[in-house]
Design a protein around this ligand. Structure first.
Ligand code: 5AD
Length: 381
């Protein structure tokens, strides 16, 4: 019987975590001034000590101070614009066996599908009409798509939609593959590092999938010239404050253009089925800290965040996120890209629900824009 994650909270709908943006007063805890000072320094490029990181991450202070500061920083860098990305999940086949993931190779219950080039192009056509100017091609690590095929797909999208960005998220490949795709016109690449602790990485992945290789891929991507995104799950099994400190330090050093942060959500057909999901509050905390550490990075309010709480995505935006990635996959296959249980893919998580999404976003004072939404980070490598 696995040890249950002790940082679980009731972040499911109806849980006590609903009041996250209001209340949570200081309760006279020491540190009202301390936290203000530290947040300010953080936003000016300060590298906190281990102890300071522990304090920032543990959140024994009024977290609204943190969220407000992060929102301020986001407004300073990107105003109130929210960028949208059309997410096309091109394949649910995966040769990897990551212990947390619903489309892992050994999940014989997973439904598998692949989209053809034509399918993908028709998703883009629909997305373009809706106002998307970035298409994200995401999939399991599926060797079925050769380097050349992916390059051909990228090229066709860029030919048809020269005003759009193409983002790839196809896992670990050879550096030469990444180079070919970049030359074909791919602009960005998302590859979450999952955790910046090597020991922790090994607990989340089977032998053979190495931390070193993942990190090498990330360095390669950035060097090649991609706007590069990394990211991690919050509340994944065996994660504690020390691992989250490692993530923050890694972000400060690697300086990615994009950072995807979402709660871990157990999937029934994985070895991690019995672990608790990550907490809403802790995820918001990590989003806000990331905004302060990397003011110009692009941060999505992830689907996973929207899955654990009905207002999860809005709360993510209010804590410093500035991107949403509605699902643009063909509706027939959406349910089959099941990374975790109850993954949302309908309503305003779906590209067709854009109007609904626009309203939700407007209600909290931001606006969805029709824009490629490039990162404003300097491309230092
Ligand atoms: N819970 C939350 N996020 C998950 N991912 C995969 N499985 C899960 C899960 N059970 C995330 C990983 C991966 C991204 C595509 O989805 O971080 O990089």
């Amino acid at each position: 019987m696995p040890v249950l994650n002790d940082r679980a909270d009731s972040s499911m709908p109806g849980g006590e975590d609903n009041s996250v943006m209001i209340g949570s007063a200081d309760f006279g805890l020491p540190g009202g001034e301390k936290i203000r000072g530290l947040l300010h320094k953080l936003s000016e490029g300060y590298h906190p000590s281990e102890q300071e990181w522990r304090f920032l991450i543990a959140g024994e202070y009024d977290r609204n101070l943190l969220y407000t500061k992060a929102d301020e920083m986001r407004r300073k860098q990107y105003g109130t614009d929210i960028y949208i990305r059309g997410l096309i999940e091109i394949s649910s086949y995966c040769k990897n066996d990551c212990l947390y993931c619903g489309i892992r190779r050994s999940n014989s219950h997973a439904q598998r599908y692949r989209l053809s080039k034509e399918d993908i192009l028709s998703c883009c056509e629909q997305g373009y009409g809706l106002g998307f100017r970035t298409f994200v091609l995401q999939g399991g690590e599926d060797a079925y798509y050769t380097t050349k095929q992916v390059a051909g797909i990228v090229q066709s999208i860029k030919e048809r939609y020269p005003d759009c960005a193409v983002t790839l998220s196809l896992g670990e490949r050879e550096r030469t593959d990444y180079e070919v795709w970049y030359k074909a016109g791919a602009d960005r690449y998302l590859l979450r590092h999952e955790t910046a602790s090597k020991e922790h990485y090994q607990k989340l992945h089977p032998p053979g999938i190495t931390y070193e290789h993942r990190m090498q891929c990330l360095r390669d991507l950035k060097q090649i010239g991609y706007q590069t995104g990394c990211g991690f799950m919050v509340g994944s099994p065996f994660q504690g404050t020390e691992e989250l400190i490692a993530d923050m330090k890694f972000l400060q050093e690697f300086r990615p253009h994009m950072v995807g942060i979402g709660p871990f959500i157990p999937h029934y057909d994985t070895p991690f089925r019995e672990y608790a999901q990550g907490s809403l509050t802790q995820t918001l905390t990590m989003i806000a800290l990331t905004r302060l550490v990397l003011p110009k990075t692009l941060i999505p309010a992830t689907t996973a965040l929207g899955t654990i709480h009905p207002q999860g995505r809005e709360l993510g935006l209010q804590a410093g996120a500035n991107v949403v990635m509605p699902n643009l996959s063909p509706p027939a296959v959406r349910g089959q890209y099941s990374l975790y249980d109850n993954k949302r893919c309908t309503g305003d998580e779906a590209a067709e629900g854009l109007e609904e999404l626009k309203q939700c976003v407007a209600a909290i004072g931001y606006q969805i824009v029709v824009d490629k939404g490039d990162s404003r980070m300097k491309t230092d490598v």
